[in-house]
Design a protein around this ligand. Structure first.
Ligand SMILES: [Zn+2]
Length: 301
């Protein structure tokens, strides 16, 4: 109901509700008084949401401000994904009194989009957001409107504003890196991990965080220069790179740490990494030179 009232009216109702509460009225009394003044019957739950600051007609947000956003692994994951593939922006569809600010992710791996939806829901205190399948593109989409997350994540990215969420604790750092690697990482057939991005500053930061978790890497190095014509094998089309693109490469000796601390949500990436780990742990190559097997009758011939 609240959503259908003009915003100006909702703001007046809101101010009255807050004032009446301050005067000591209970919910029932507030409802009656508002009904008497405006002929509008508010529900207990909307009054409660207003009074607890979960919602206010001033901003139309579920979380009123950035200050109320708590660090969590879920938020760190969302930040990682959005800094990579995710989209943050204003959509042209404008409704009265609202800015349509969207956070969305579109990707072909269902489990990735699902995880993004789960984390978003947790952060925003909403019911689980289930991905929508877009038949024409064969991709899954999760989309939410959130002014607060828009302010936090709009591009160009402000790392200073994000650091307290990303670096809250080691688990948050790992969740952030997982989100970014799900977005921008790839694992080749040999099991080697590369992470790509056009923002050099961001990759240098990612580099620093990975090292903190004991993961060694090479780069950032330039992979595609601006103006290069690229052939996309998936679509068969050619296009011109608009920006320089950089990559970092995880040293193979750190793959095990990457797997242990970070890993991928995307199954096909995680599987290749697992295959790699299985291969190297099976191979006895890494034995020290002086290593000798315990003498066994079968070995000594
Ligand atoms: Zn944390």
């Amino acid at each position: 109901m609240r959503g259908c009232l003009p915003r100006e009216l909702r703001i007046r109702l809101y101010n009255d509700v807050v004032a009446l509460r301050r005067c000591g009225l209970m919910y029932k009394g507030i409802i009656e008084e508002v009904w008497r003044r405006y002929g509008v019957r508010l529900s207990k739950s909307s009054i409660s949401e207003w009074l607890r600051g979960i919602h206010s007609p001033y901003n139309g947000r579920r979380i009123p401000s950035l200050e109320m956003l708590e660090p969590s692994e879920e938020l760190a994951y969302v930040v990682g994904v959005v800094l990579g593939d995710g989209y943050v922006g204003k959509k042209s569809r404008v409704r009265k009194g609202y800015n349509d600010v969207m956070i969305d992710l579109e990707a072909k791996d269902r489990e990735f989009v699902e995880e993004f939806g789960r984390c978003l829901a947790k952060v925003l205190g909403r019911r689980p957001i289930r991905p929508r399948y877009v038949k024409s593109s064969g991709r899954y989409v999760v989309e939410v409107r959130s002014q607060t997350l828009y302010e936090l994540l709009r591009k160009p990215v402000d790392l200073k504003r994000l650091k307290k969420y990303i670096e809250h604790c080691e688990r948050c750092v790992a969740a952030f890196l997982r989100g970014f690697a799900d977005s921008e990482g790839s694992v080749d057939k040999r099991g080697y991990i590369y992470i790509y991005n056009t923002d050099l500053r961001l990759l240098i930061y990612i580099n620093e965080l990975l090292r903190r978790l004991g993961i060694e890497l090479t780069g950032p190095r330039i992979s595609v220069q601006r103006g290069t014509v690229i052939h996309d094998p998936r679509t068969g089309k050619q296009y011109m790179a608009k920006k320089d693109c950089y990559y970092i490469y995880i040293r193979a000796s750190s793959n095990a740490n990457f797997y242990k601390y970070i890993g991928f949500t995307i199954k096909r990436k995680q599987q290749r990494l697992e295959e790699y780990i299985r291969r190297i742990t099976r191979r006895p190559k890494s034995l020290p030179p002086n290593f000798s097997h315990p003498t066994s009758p079968h070995l000594s011939s």
